[in-house]
Design a protein around this ligand. Sequence first.
Ligand SMILES: Nc1nc2c(c(=O)[nH]1)N[C@H]1C(S)=C(S)[C@@H](COP(=O)(O)O)O[C@H]1N2
Ligand SMILES: [Mo]
Length: 238
Amino acid sequence: MTDDRSLSRRDLFRLGMVAGPAALAASCGWQGGPLMPKLNSISLFNDWVGEKILLRNGRLAPVYPVSKRTPSHLFPSYALTNPRPEPPAGWALNVGGLVSKPAVLTLEMIEALPRVTYTVKHHCVEGWSAIATWTGAPLSAIINMVEPKPEAKYLRFDTFDHNYYNGWDLKSAMHPQTLLAYSFNGGPLGAAHGGPVRVYSPIKLGYKLTKYLTSLTFTAERPGGYWEDQGYPWLGGV
Ligand SMILES: Nc1nc2c(c(=O)[nH]1)N[C@H]1C(S)=C(S)[C@@H](COP(=O)(O)O)O[C@H]1N2
Ligand SMILES: [Mo]
């Protein structure tokens, strides 16, 4: 039986076998060198087991005290675009597709929604992890606002970072810790971490946490993704 939220043991195996270490590392900007990606490291595996059990029981992923935070300047930043992309003038988030009430949301409108702040651990598929505080609107608030049609099963995320895109299943998108984040460590999100607005959630691996959002589109078909189209597990659960 597959657990539709978590990376299964078989997925971990496939990830190593199909994508290969170089492709894995490339997702996180690893340029080569003597260090092998640490996907199978004991610590990541233990974290994964622990969080998988928590999520199975319908509980939340662990949160950490602010004192455990990785210093902001040591928190990695990844994007396809260099230097980091700046939002187009008049940026707003388009929310559409299979919904009854499509919306165009400015940053101010997103900031006016219910606000969640947590300090959680980020897991990149390359093997690094880091802890930061994120603030944003629960994605569930926006999903409820636009009223998805019954045939909507997935949410596609598009960006202004070249052709980076991907998608989530609606169940993961409705998880209470899944945010449209606009703040990193108490400050603005900024160009390094995907501003004005990005997806954040401690229930998914880093490559599912899509930065530099331009639109959310509800679909009946499962969207692909920049890395997913190259063999990465689609669910990418932690
Ligand atoms: N638009 C966009 N989103 C992205 C990526 C990217 O290259 N472009 N990289 C992903 C990966 S592999 C990781 S680990 C996280 C990194 O988030 P950070 O740059 O805030 O550390 O962003 C994810 N979201
Ligand atoms: Mo990553």
